[in-house]
Ligand binder design. Structure first.
Ligand SMILES: Nc1ncnc2c1ncn2[C@@H]1O[C@H](COP(=O)(O)OP(=O)(O)OP(=O)(O)O)[C@@H](O)[C@H]1O
Length: 254
């Protein structure tokens, strides 16, 4: 089995807070792989270390056999990363942003233009291609972020909450695009709180809580005969409001 992303003994602290603690994970090549976990579990921190944007305090990360740290540049060439809130150059138009991202990666201008036009069309951004990104909605910005991440046709694509802020039509387009990318030989890893999407798309899921791996397996192994959402709450623990909580919250004015 080939490995798209191999993580071993990963550690990261911010001050006294040890947010990633000895995390090890093997994501097979060709996977559709989900990262789930409660708020603050450490998913974004892990993804940023994989993407070469945040230096781990310990452990190793390999992307397609290439070690990300201490020199993340080689790994960045084979990885596409879509952050939760893409920070793009807001004064550029979507088309200019793609031109710039392609140039930075040393791509031919004809290839950039051809792929850029394809992506803008498929992602429903054709009519807005020449507008400034500053005027885009969050969902539109996210789609530009995806286009930037896959322009160079990376072998591994990692996305942080790709379905947050997308409407149902664009969610479907995103799902189809990711499926097409995976069918073409790519590996997809994404974090999501939308567990029905994870259940529908992913072959395997890792649940991270408190910066460590608490469960890993196929969707069926984790969910059993129930839903992934129920399994998730069972794994990380649910929280219910007590009867006396927020007693003041009512429609009466006094
Ligand atoms: N730059 C930072 N400085 C200090 N603490 C940080 C920093 N980045 C993240 N953290 C902390 O690390 C922990 C993990 O955060 P992270 O964003 O990785 O969680 P997450 O699983 O992605 O959460 P969510 O599902 O809410 O997006 C949190 O307690 C967060 O406050």
């Amino acid at each position: 089995m080939l490995t798209a992303i191999g993580i071993s003994g990963l550690k990261k602290a911010f001050g006294d807070a040890h947010v990633i603690q000895d995390l090890s994970l093997t994501i097979p090549t060709g996977s559709f792989y989900g990262l789930a976990g409660p708020n603050g579990a450490g998913k974004t921190t892990t993804i940023r270390m994989i993407a070469g944007l945040l230096r781990p305090d310990g452990g190793t990360i390999e992307v397609d056999g290439v070690s990300v740290w201490p020199d993340p540049r080689a790994a960045k060439r084979i990885l596409g990363y879509v952050p939760d809130n893409p920070t793009l150059f807001s004064r550029l138009s979507a088309r200019e942003m793609l031109d710039y991202a392609g140039m930075l990666r040393g791509m031919e201008s004809a290839t950039i233009r051809e792929r850029g036009d394809d992506l803008l069309r498929v992602l429903g951004l054709e009519a807005d291609a020449d507008r400034q990104i500053a005027d885009f909605s969050l969902g539109m910005t996210k789609r530009v972020g995806l286009a930037v991440a896959i322009l160079h046709s990376p072998r591994v694509l990692i996305l942080d909450e790709p379905f947050g802020s997308l409407d149902p039509v664009n969610t479907q387009v995103m799902e189809q695009l990711l499926a097409r990318y995976r069918d073409g030989g790519g590996s997809v890893v994404f974090s999501s709180h939308v567990l029905d999407v994870v259940e529908r798309l992913c072959d395997r899921v890792a649940v991270i809580a408190g910066g460590t791996l608490v469960a890993e397996g196929t969707v069926r192994e984790l969910a059993g005969t129930g839903s992934l959402e129920d399994a998730f709450v069972g794994i990380v623990g649910g929280r219910e409001l007590k009867k006396e909580d927020l007693g003041w919250l009512s429609s009466s004015s006094d």
